[in-house]
Write a protein that binds this ligand. Structure first.
Ligand code: KDG
Length: 317
C-alpha cells in the first residue's frame, strides 16, 4: 500500500544560464510541485503514488522515466494521446532572480479527469492525500479532479495535506482565494508561506498572521504550517505553536525548496514523529533543496539527512 497519493502537472523543465532571448544552451529535466514532493518522500523511504497526466510524447516519456527511476508508483498515471506534455522555462535573469515561463495551456496535465483520480483511489486507499493550489489553477478538469479527491479522502478517512502554492502567472488571487477557502474544511495539514496564508483564511480574517491562523484551526485544520523563508517555519495547532529557524546553507537555487520542505514535514508525520521533529526534518530537506540546483535533484535520502550538519569544507572519503 502507498503511504501517499498525489497528483498535479509535471512538465519538461528547461533551464537556461542567462537571458533566454540571447539563446545559448538549456539543461533538460522535469518539474512539478507534487512530483517534487513525491520524489522527496520516496527518497526518504515512503511509498508514493503519483496520478498525474502526461502527453503521448517524448517529453511525457522523460517525466515517466524519471519518476519511475526515483521509485514513484505510476500505476495510476495517465498518458493522454490528445494533448502534449507541458513545458516550463527557467530563466536566471539576475543572480538572485529567476523568471519562469509556462507553456502549459491545453496540456495533458490541464485535462486530468476526475475519473482518473477515482481509479487512483479505487486501487488502494493511501494514508495521506497531498494536493497543491497549482492543480485547480490549470483548468476546470484538474480542479474537478482535485475536488473529487478531497471528497474521496473524506469518505475513506484519509488525511489531507494542502500546500497553497499560489502561482500568480496561472490565476487571479481572488479566484485562488475562493477555491482555497472552499477546500479548507477538507484539510488536515495546511502548508503556506506567510504571504499565501490569506488565500486560505476566511475573507473576514484580519491582516495579522494570528488572525488568519485561528479561523483555520477553528475550521478543523489540525496543523497550519507557515513557511517563513530565511526565517524558518512555524506550526500552529489548537494547543499552541512552535518555530524552527532555517538551516544555514549556501543558497544556489531556491526553486523547489517549498516542495522539499513539504516532503520533509510529511515524511516525519508518516513516521509518527512529534511536531518538533516534523519541523526539523522539513527545514533540513528544504535546506538541501536550496543548496542544490534543480527542482528535486538535491532531495536527500534518509541516510543523507545528517550531511547538512557537516562542517564547511568537509570531504567524506
Ligand atoms: O517551485 C517548484 C515547482 O513548484 C515548480 O518548479 C513547478 O509546479 C511547478 C509550477 O507550477 O510552478
Amino acid at each position: 500500500m502507498n503511504d501517499v497519493l498525489t497528483f498535479g502537472e509535471t512538465m519538461i523543465a528547461l533551464r537556461g544560464s542567462g537571458p533566454l532571448k540571447l539563446g545559448g544552451s538549456l539543461d533538460i529535466s522535469i518539474a512539478g510541485a507534487e512530483s517534487n514532493v513525491a520524489i522527496g518522500l520516496t527518497r526518504l523511504g515512503h511509498p508514493v503514488r503519483w496520478a498525474g497526466a502526461v502527453g503521448d510524447d517524448e517529453a511525457g516519456q522523460l517525466v515517466l522515466r524519471t519518476l519511475r527511476a526515483e521509485g514513484v508508483d505510476l500505476g495510476a498515471a495517465t498518458v493522454d494521446p490528445g494533448a502534449p506534455t507541458g513545458l516550463m522555462l527557467f530563466e536566471p535573469r539576475l543572480p538572485d532572480l529567476t523568471r519562469v515561463h509556462y507553456y502549459r495551456a491545453g496540456s495533458a496535465g490541464s485535462r486530468l479527469s476526475p475519473e482518473a483520480i477515482e481509479r487512483a483511489f479505487a486501487a488502494a486507499s493511501p494514508r495521506l492525500l497531498h494536493l497543491t493550489g497549482i492543480t485547480p489553477a490549470l483548468g476546470p478538469a484538474p480542479r474537478a479532479a482535485a475536488d473529487r479527491a478531497l471528497r474521496l479522502a473524506r469518505e475513506a478517512g484519509v488525511q489531507v495535506c494542502l500546500d497553497v502554492n499560489y502561482r500568480s502567472r496561472l490565476w487571479d488571487s481572488a479566484v485562488a482565494g475562493e477555491v482555497m477557502r472552499s477546500w479548507a474544511p477538507y484539510v488536515d495539514v495546511l502548508i503556506a508561506s506567510d504571504d499565501e496564508l490569506p488565500l486560505a483564511a476566511p475573507a473576514s480574517a484580519g491582516s495579522e498572521l494570528a488572525d488568519q491562523v485561528k479561523p483555520l484551526l477553528d475550521l478543523g485544520i489540525r496543523e497550519v504550517v507557515v513557511k517563513l523563508g530565511a526565517g524558518g517555519a512555524r506550526v500552529h495547532t489548537a494547543t499552541g505553536e512552535l518555530h524552527r529557524p532555517a538551516r544555514t546553507v549556501r543558497v544556489v537555487d531556491p526553486v523547489g525548496a517549498g516542495d522539499a520542505f513539504v516532503a520533509g514535514y510529511l515524511s516525519a508525520l508518516l513516521d509518527d514523529a512529534e511536531l518538533p521533529a516534523r519541523l526539523d526534518r522539513a527545514v533540513t530537506t528544504g535546506a538541501f533543496a536550496v543548496a542544490s540546483h534543480g527542482d528535486w535533484e538535491g532531495a536527500p535520502t534518509r541516510a543523507e539527512l545528517p550531511l547538512l550538519s557537516a562542517e564547511s569544507g568537509t570531504v567524506l572519503r
